[in-house]
Design a protein around this ligand. Sequence first.
Ligand code: FES
Length: 119
Amino acid sequence: MSLPTVTVCRDCCCGSRRKHPDVDHDGQLEALRTGLEGAARVVTSGCLLACEDSNVVVVSPSPGARNGGARPVWLSSVLTDAAVSAIVAWVRAGGPGTAPLPGVFAGLVRQPPALTAVE
Ligand code: FES
């Protein structure tokens, strides 16, 4: 498939009401699925080993953008509807390698943990 992939971590910390009681985690996942329908694959994952930065969302480039050198972008602390809306807008514009990273994510990009499987 030639679309970007948005991996939404949902496990012990990301998506947890215990850790983030004021966040509508299910609503945010639904907003990503609805907002990105036809523009990206949206998948959930088990713990991505970056719990200190929950909620973690990884935006992986389309295969074409990846061939052009784009790499997945790891976003930390995706806890607001504004952040979810910015992800939707960015990915609909093409995502990594195609559209510039929205300024709202300045300071929220993190390096993937050494043992991660999401690339
Ligand atoms: S639960 Fe998301 S990084 Fe651990």
